[in-house]
Design a protein around this ligand. Structure first.
Ligand code: URA
Ligand code: SF4
Length: 215
């Protein structure tokens, strides 16, 4: 198949296979499997979440659970097609604690974020995106190499530590956790605005990759 001779695609698939054996931190121990990034290896727009959740851990794919459904709605409102984006996470294994029979999400710590940045760097090096969007503080911290005050930076064009342009915005699960409808509506609108901003920043690159993909 033509897709399989695409060298960048093959490189991403190779990285995913390597990451399945990763022991750079302890999170692989309790997780079902690695959840590597997905999407075209020539994507102009690159989205970074925090880490897989319960459903992602079982499916082996990023953003397929409740947060993924919010993300899909926000992408649709921003005029973006998920199939054209590369979507990944700052941390590739599901960190959780058992509460009864439920696996409760736990935030990755700084050491885990730094350990897993190895994979994020390699994904970015292959995909060479025009614009990188951080969904939430964990992704922003990873990409900036230091903590980012999301309230201050949210939705504005910024430059990540590696010099690439991007935008930091809320994580889709912030919308699920919002304390009331007003907060939910406001946070969702901010997420859509940030994704729209990123789409505009990537403008010509998004068109160029679509042409390359059709040819
Ligand atoms: N939350 C994330 O940050 N990433 C996923 O893949 C799913 C939920
Ligand atoms: Fe490796 Fe990242 Fe998994 Fe840690 S979370 S074991 S660094 S892939």
């Amino acid at each position: 198949m033509a897709q399989d001779v695409d060298p960048e695609r093959a490189e991403v698939q190779g990285l995913a296979r390597e990451a399945a054996e990763c022991r750079r931190c302890d999170l692989y121990r309790a997780a079902t499997q690695v959840v590597f990034g997905q999407g075209p290896a020539d994507a102009a727009l690159f989205l970074v979440g925090e880490q897989p959740g319960d459903q992602e851990d079982k499916a082996g794919r990023p953003f397929v659970g409740p947060a993924g459904r919010i993300l899909d709605q926000a992408l649709a409102e921003a005029g973006l097609d998920r199939g054209r984006l590369y979507v990944t996470n700052a941390v590739k294994h599901f960190k959780h604690e058992m509460r009864g029979k439920r696996r409760m999400h736990q935030r990755p710590n700084q050491g885990e974020i730094e350990a897993c940045r190895w994979w994020l760097n390699r994904e970015i090096a292959v995909v060479q995106p025009a614009v990188i969007v951080a969904l939430g503080a964990t992704a922003a911290r990873s990409l900036m190499g230091r903590p980012v005050v999301l309230l201050r930076e949210e939705g504005r064009p910024l430059t990540w530590a590696d010099g690439r342009p991007g935008v930091a915005t809320y994580h889709p699960s912030a919308i699920l956790r919002a304390r009331d409808d007003a907060a939910r509506t406001r946070t969702f609108a901010a997420l859509v605005a940030a994704l729209t901003q990123a789409r505009e920043m990537a403008g010509d690159f998004l068109r160029a990759t679509s042409k390359a993909r059709m040819g």
